[in-house]
Design a protein around this ligand. Structure first.
Ligand SMILES: [Zn+2]
Length: 541
């Protein structure tokens, strides 16, 4: 998901959340924690079947949940949000009873659940699902029409949860290994979901599109898009061989798409270079037009940026470079590596998705336009940083941290790259992350430890500073003749990040801490601190 910051509505949500000072409800905990009724079973497979009737904004369907018993327990939690209703729940064709707390439903299983066994339950449901208020940030179903009067329908649900439109284990820590998604729609429309299209069945008035995802997928990554789509495709020769690219766009936009979507192979070239192979070759890559801005739906990136460069035509960095690429194609596709391949376990750690993906925008520029462009872009995005709240949010209650996870996250990673002074090593680390955590859900500690180990630098204080406080490290210095005196203020304990300075053409590293240090330097008055480091500097004399 992207750019909370430019949206007044979302800022209001942040302010009201912040104002409400960590008051969480039982529903927040049922939604956001690994409850005992979730912990005992491991997701293997979803078979989601849903019939969508745009004319009365109604859906009905079922989800078959296949799971492995990790330790015996007889109560299983499934989430489905009102106004959708559960019609019935079965195991081995036996109807089951359940109790509900808000939208968490606790199913009493009759059959003994034995460790190691693989079981299934089937949940039948229907209703008028929540309508998106401002997709994708405040999601649900978007029911709209194209210019020719055809229904144009899409789902989005990050944060809100996939249980807003289908019953599932609505927590990010556990993913299915694969998933079938069958969507039935009026027969003049096309339904596009994740993965590959296996079959289309025709009924009298409807068509059913059977999609199949053969890789792990997180809940909010699952989506359905319905419209008067036309499609075309191409083959990209990538690091793992031929990758199928497919584009689904509204009939009238085919020519515009053929131009604008030429950026997809450019994106793949840059991101495979920096991050390693696209993580879902088996499922192909798709770009699918939707009636909202866009979202990182796995192997079916959704697109609503009006076939123009920038973010709805704007350069978020104000450096000029942001208008040289289509923000939604680049940013949302970057999430295939950071969000879909490497996925947070708890939305409190959402910086793993958005920090790295915001950072991927400048690596895209680095690949195609050079390092100066990439640096100007990421420094330009600093204007978007608010330092209102820490990047990491509260755990266990389904709440994200500050929207600074985007550009403060990107600037933190750019700072780290600058400290390393070895771009090839940095690239190996980014690629290493994508293989170390391949198709996994992770915590921020895992990512932080990996980066410490691979860089060979203890980054504990570095991450504590940038992820867990709103303080910007400040380098204070005084110049007395040929001596510089300097120290850090506004830092956490043990923060001792080196600072590169330039004296004329010559570079020099300072090693500040919270204690004053002094050093003799030649030609001090021309000293410039490297702006690639995200710190403040204050000259005291
Ligand atoms: Zn994003």
């Amino acid at each position: 998901m992207k750019f909370l910051r430019l949206c007044i509505l979302v800022l209001t949500v942040f302010v009201s959340f912040y104002g409400s000072a960590q008051m969480f409800t039982q529903q927040d905990s049922l939604r956001g924690s690994i409850t005992p009724e979730r912990a005992w079973w491991d997701l293997l497979f979803y078979d989601l079947q849903v019939k969508v009737a745009p004319e009365n904004k109604f859906i009905e369907g079922s989800n078959t949940v296949r799971y492995k018993v990790l330790k015996p327990k007889q109560v299983l939690q499934i989430d489905l949000q009102q106004p959708l209703k559960i019609l019935s729940i079965f195991q081995d064709e036996q109807p089951l009873s359940y109790t509900s707390k808000g939208y968490s439903h606790f199913v009493s299983l009759e059959k003994p659940q034995l460790a190691g066994e693989i079981n299934e339950i089937v949940i039948n449901y229907s209703g008028n699902p929540r309508e998106a208020i401002r997709a994708p940030w405040d999601g649900g179903f978007s029911w709209s029409m194209d210019k020719n009067g055809h229904p144009f329908v899409a789902t989005s649900c990050q944060g809100l949860g996939a249980s807003v439109w289908w019953p599932n284990k609505d927590h990010m820590y556990d993913e299915v290994d694969s998933m079938a998604i069958s969507v039935t729609v009026p027969k003049d429309l096309v339904a596009v979901a994740n993965g590959r299209l296996k079959k289309v069945h025709e009924q009298e008035d409807t068509k059913t599109y059977d999609w199949y995802v053969s890789n792990p997928i997180n809940n909010y990554g699952v989506n359905v898009n319905i419209g008067d789509y036309v499609s075309y495709g191409e083959i990209y020769e990538g690091e793992k061989g031929p990758l199928e690219l497919s584009y689904y766009v509204l009939r009238d936009n085919l020519e515009k798409a053929r131009q604008q979507f030429k950026q997809v192979p450019l994106m793949l070239k840059a991101f495979e270079h920096w991050f390693g192979p696209y993580p879902f070759y088996e499922d192909s890559y798709k770009l699918v037009e939707v009636p909202y801005l866009g979202m990182e739906h796995q192997s079916s990136i959704t697109y609503g940026n009006n076939y123009q460069n920038g973010y709805l035509g704007n350069d978020l960095s104000r450096s000029g470079w942001g208008n040289t690429f289509d923000f939604i194609i680049i940013h949302e596709s970057g999430h295939e590596w950071f969000a879909n391949n490497i996925t947070y376990k708890d939305i409190a750690d959402m910086w793993i998705h958005e920090g790295f993906t915001a950072y991927s925008e400048n690596l895209y520029l680095n690949f195609h336009q050079g390092k100066t462009a990439s640096s100007e872009y990421v420094l330009g995005t600093r204007n978007n940083i608010r330092n209102d709240r820490p990047i990491i949010g509260p755990y266990g209650v389904n709440k994200a941290g500050s929207s600074d996870m985007y550009y403060k996250g990107a600037n933190m990673l750019h700072t780290l790259r600058t400290l390393l002074e070895d771009d090839e090593k940095w690239r190996r680390i980014l690629r290493g992350m994508n293989s170390e955590f391949y198709h996994q859900t992770v915590t921020t500690e895992q990512v932080e430890n990996y980066l410490s180990e691979q860089t060979g630098i203890d980054l504990t204080a570095f991450f504590n500073q940038y992820l867990r406080t709103t303080k910007i490290p400040t380098l204070e210095y005084k110049i007395e003749e040929d001596t510089i005196r300097y120290r850090y203020t506004n830092v956490v304990e043990d923060f001792d990040m080196p600072v590169r300075i330039y004296i004329g053409e010559k570079e020099h590293w300072l090693f500040p801490s919270m204690e004053w240090k002094s050093e003799k330097l030649p030609s001090i008055p021309q000293m410039v601190v490297d702006s690639n480091l995200y710190i403040k500097t204050t000259r005291l004399d």
